[in-house]
Design a binder for this molecule. Structure first.
Ligand code: GLU
Length: 420
């Protein structure tokens, strides 16, 4: 597998390629080629044993011409500056692509939360939020969950931020983060939003190519929040989950795997290994397994040349950010495999984050049906526009997504310019 540092190179190469293709205004290209702000904080945290441990946290704010910086916070032992920079740029592209009034950012802390107690993770989160200080804010930069973080993490961030404001303004700043629990100001439908959005894109794809999802088969890599909700959505449409892979192994069943039982098991045990009597197979077995649809919903760079050569699938729908390397993408394209790129396929998360932010601003909360209907409207429109762009420019859907996104950013810069 390729090294993570290359991930930034992949994103930058794609940026260069598309900028050239659409003759992107050199001024806009100059602006987008680097993040606006790169924030790195080192902060000590009190551990359960009474010692202090030093943590390194990042917040990369790529662009905010369309609205406040927006994007997740990742807790993972491999978090590094280049990775976060690439992910921040993808957020700018994602928000612009689906037409949200938001910019792009990403953050993270280099540590594995599984190795720490719940209290320690809380203190890490609170200290990080405090260190970021006014670098975040409900009208400036709005974090959200990503890999290794969840609604509880966001509630700790919100509470810490709120408590640094004066008494009278605390409730006005709930929208400093999205993806909060519903009890603490989150929206209905946010937890399942990314997975649900992946399924909505797959439905459009299936309609376009005349495939009946009822009776189709699919596989999922990574059975966390995104993967498990995508699986539940697909099963509800009559599809069958026949293979799952995660950091603990692979399980395969032609009869179909019970998504609800597996989700419960993974929530309790942290991985799929040991689920029922399933034999735990090698990683390659997952990629060799033939299905109609594969949803990578784990880390970046998971489908490289080695994996792509083994794969026999009709569609890859990228639930994760950057799961397919460019070389692998070429191999899949030659095989006739369709691909719905990350910036479109997993945009459901940030779309519903936007709804949460709007609800926090107005203190007027939506019923779940409204969240679902609005998500469907936005993501389906974006999907069909990307298909149109890809037909007009005779290019793949990733290239088309970048084109659509950069054109929107370019229009805005053409009117606003830079100040002073
Ligand atoms: N972390 C998610 C993403 O990569 C969601 C970001 C958000 O809701 O702001 O799109």
């Amino acid at each position: 597998m390729s090294d993570k540092v290359l991930f930034l190179e992949y994103v930058m190469n794609k940026f260069e390629e598309v900028a050239k293709k659409i003759k992107l205004d050199p001024k806009v290209k100059t602006i987008l080629s680097q993040p606006k702000n790169e924030i790195i904080v080192n902060f000590p945290v009190l551990m359960d044993n009474g010692e202090y441990e030093l943590f390194k946290g990042y917040r990369i704010q790529h662009n905010n011409i369309l609205g406040p910086f927006k994007g997740g916070i990742r807790y993972h032992e491999e978090v590094k500056l280049d990775e976060v920079k690439a992910l921040a740029m993808l957020m700018t592209i994602k928000c612009s692509l689906v037409g949200l009034p938001l910019g792009g950012a990403k953050g993270g802390i280099k540590f594995n939360p599984r190795n720490y107690s719940q209290d320690e993770v809380m203190r890490v989160t609170r200290r990080f939020t405090h260190s970021l200080g006014d670098c975040i804010g409900p009208n400036y930069d709005i974090p959200a969950p990503d890999m290794g973080t969840n609604g509880q993490t966001m509630v700790w961030m919100m509470d810490t931020y709120m408590n640094t404001r004066d008494q009278g303004s605390r409730h006005n700043v709930r929208g400093v983060v999205t993806g909060k629990t519903v009890e603490c100001g989150g929206t209905l439908g946010r937890a399942s939003a990314t997975g649900t959005g992946v399924v909505m894109c797959i439905e459009e794809w299936a309609r376009g190519c005349g495939l009946d999802l009822n009776g189709s088969s699919f596989s999922i890599q990574g059975f966390g929040n995104v993967g498990s909700w995508a699986a539940i959505g697909l099963v509800n449409l009559g599809a069958k989950l026949t293979a799952v892979n995660d950091h603990t192994g692979t399980i395969i069943s032609e009869e179909g795997i019970n998504v609800h039982a597996l989700r419960e098991y993974v929530l309790e045990n942290g991985g799929i290994s040991g689920y029922k009597d399933f034999e735990v197979l090698e990683r390659d077995a997952f990629f060799k397994h033939k299905v109609d649809i594969m949803v990578p919903a784990a880390l970046e760079n998971q489908i490289d040349v080695h994996e792509a050569k083994m794969m026999d699938v009709k569609l890859v729908a990228e639930g994760a950010n950057g799961p397919t390397t460019p070389e692998a993408e070429q191999i899949l394209a030659k095989k006739g495999t369709d691909l719905i790129p990350d910036v479109l396929a997993n945009s459901g998360g940030v779309i519903v984050s936007y709804f949460e932010w709007v609800q926090n601003k107005s203190s007027n909360y939506w019923v779940e049906d409204k969240v679902h209907a609005e998500l469907k409207r936005i993501i389906t429109t974006a999907y069909l526009e990307v298909v149109n762009t890809s037909n007009n420019h005779k290019c793949d859907m990733r290239t088309a997504s970048f084109i659509k996104s950069f054109e929107a950013l370019q229009h805005t810069y053409a009117q606003r310019g830079i100040f002073p």
